[in-house]
Design a protein around this ligand. Structure first.
Ligand code: GDP
Ligand code: MG
Length: 440
């Protein structure tokens, strides 16, 4: 399955020191397949992957937990960001009546969504009028009238033989005369986008001057969603999108396509046939759905927890000054333990190759990391800040205090020395920023 495949990539990445461009590209190949399987349109998937690759390779690997978790987090965050904010609501703060026009293909859920939104708006204390402009499908206007009765919202009386533009005009007049706060215009759809439909939309919009034009899209639409969105957004000034049938098997890829093509927020998600089955759109939830990983959120949370931003920032500031004492080494060791292996830091810094080799040669494992921590723990505050204070006598004291040997203490000091030298080199290269530029 999808999550297995993604999991596989991330397992391969796990435990390696640094997030290289090759790593990121490898993972992104799989992410692209995942997006396509989630029904994200091909050009959108491509653009997304390019953008995220660029971001990931340039990112501060210092803050990574494992490279795999970092990639998941980057992809997830980018998805959430692209899908938009949580707070996209209807814009009804206008001189009444506010006009909301629904557009979309036939069967996408316009009429149902018109009723669902009317119910929500009514609950906020607004006086709502619904009008069906669908003169193509037999009984379409009656369908809306029936829904109006169910939710106790007024519908514009049906006048046989009237054209959409005339119905819209009548709806506006009624709203003004009868003091409605909101007019909901439910338009006709077609099976496919065609010019007659578009001209009708434009004429209706001219008459009613909508404050919201919502494109209603079936989330099961798949690859074709992009064509629908492109056509509608080129011809009518959309203000938002409603995705219907999010209660089904939809993987949510249509959401990303819609957002990318229209540039407009996805405001609501339809989650069933019942008239209360509508929710604000939740980018985080949909991102998880697109990645096909139910546990993506918890994975990201775990990653975020382990990333101790404070530590990393303090460290970066010290590195910028070329400083690296025993306290810094100690927090590096702690980070290595969290990552269950050699540190990302050691791997990413060219000057650290020697230190890394020294660590590898000492066959460093969890036990050794703990022992090194104990040695630093046995040093005085002054010794930690100035390791050169450690003469033969002090070394014996530290070895005794930590249950190690003087030889072990010497190894630790040598490793610290290599790392401190590397830090100075970094400073010469222009600090962390210069390093990042070089790596990116
Ligand atoms: P329209 O042609 O765009 O007006 O589409 P309708 O509103 O008539 O809806 C077509 C069908 O889709 C109806 O059977 C609705 O009950 C169903 N439908 C609409 N929205 C949803 C949704 O969010 N979830 C599910 N499961 N069905 C929906
Ligand atoms: Mg309809």
């Amino acid at each position: 399955s999808l999550s297995d495949r993604l999991g596989g990539v991330f397992d391969r990445l796990r435990g390696r020191g640094a997030l290289t461009e090759a790593d990121v590209r490898g993972a992104m190949r799989e992410v692209r397949i995942a997006l396509l399987e989630a029904d994200v349109a091909l050009p959108v998937a491509r653009a997304f992957v390019d953008k995220v690759t660029e971001e990931a390779v340039g990112q501060n690997v210092l803050r990574s937990v494992t490279p795999g978790q970092q990639v998941v987090k980057i992809v997830n965050d980018a998805l959430v960001e692209m899908l938009g904010s949580d707070s996209a609501d209807l814009n009804l703060d206008v001189t009444p009546p506010a006009v909301v026009m629904m557009v979309g293909l036939q069967g996408s859920g316009k009429t149902t969504t018109t009723a669902k939104l009317s119910r929500l708006v009514k609950k906020r204390g607004k006086k709502v009028l619904m009008a069906s402009l669908d003169v193509n499908r037999p009984a379409a206007q009656e369908q809306l009238a029936v829904l109006g009765t169910q939710i106790e919202v007024a519908t514009l009386p049906i006048v046989a033989g009237q054209q959409p533009v005339d119905i819209a005009r009548r709806a506006m007049q009624s709203a003004k005369l009868q003091g409605f706060d909101v007019v909901m215009l439910d338009t006709a759809g077609r099976l496919h986008v065609d010019q007659a439909l578009m001209d009708e939309m434009k004429a209706v919009a001219d008459i009613s001057k909508p404050d919201e034009i919502l494109l209603v899209v079936d989330s099961l639409t798949g690859q074709d969603a992009v064509n629908v969105a492109t056509n509608f957004s080129q011809q009518v000034p959309l203000t938002g999108v409603v995705l219907t049938r999010m209660d089904g098997d939809a993987r949510g890829g249509a959401a990303l396509s819609m957002r990318a093509v229209t540039g407009k927020p996805i405001k609501f998600a339809g989650v069933g046939e019942k008239l209360d089955a509508i929710e604000p759109f939740h980018p985080k939830r949909v991102a998880g759905r697109i990645l096909g990983m139910g546990d993506v959120v918890s994975l990201v949370e775990r990653a975020a927890e382990a990333i101790q931003a404070d530590d990393a920032e303090k460290m970066a500031a010290r590195m910028a000054k070329g400083q690296f004492d025993m306290n810094d080494l100690r927090s590096q060791l702690a980070q290595m333990r969290r990552m269950g292996g050699l540190g990302a830091l050691a791997g990413m810094i060219p000057g650290m190759k020697k230190a890394q080799a020294a660590m590898a040669a000492s066959n460093m494992d969890e036990r050794i990391l703990l022992r090194m921590d104990a040695m630093i723990g046995s040093m005085t505050i002054k010794e930690r800040a100035k390791p050169e204070l450690l003469n033969a006598k002090r070394k014996i004291r530290v070895a005794k205090g930590s249950g190690t040997t003087v030889q072990d203490v010497n190894k630790l000091l040598k490793m610290h020395q290599e790392m401190a030298t590397a830090m100075k080199r970094i400073k010469k290269m222009g600090g962390i920023k210069g390093l990042a530029a070089m790596l990116g």
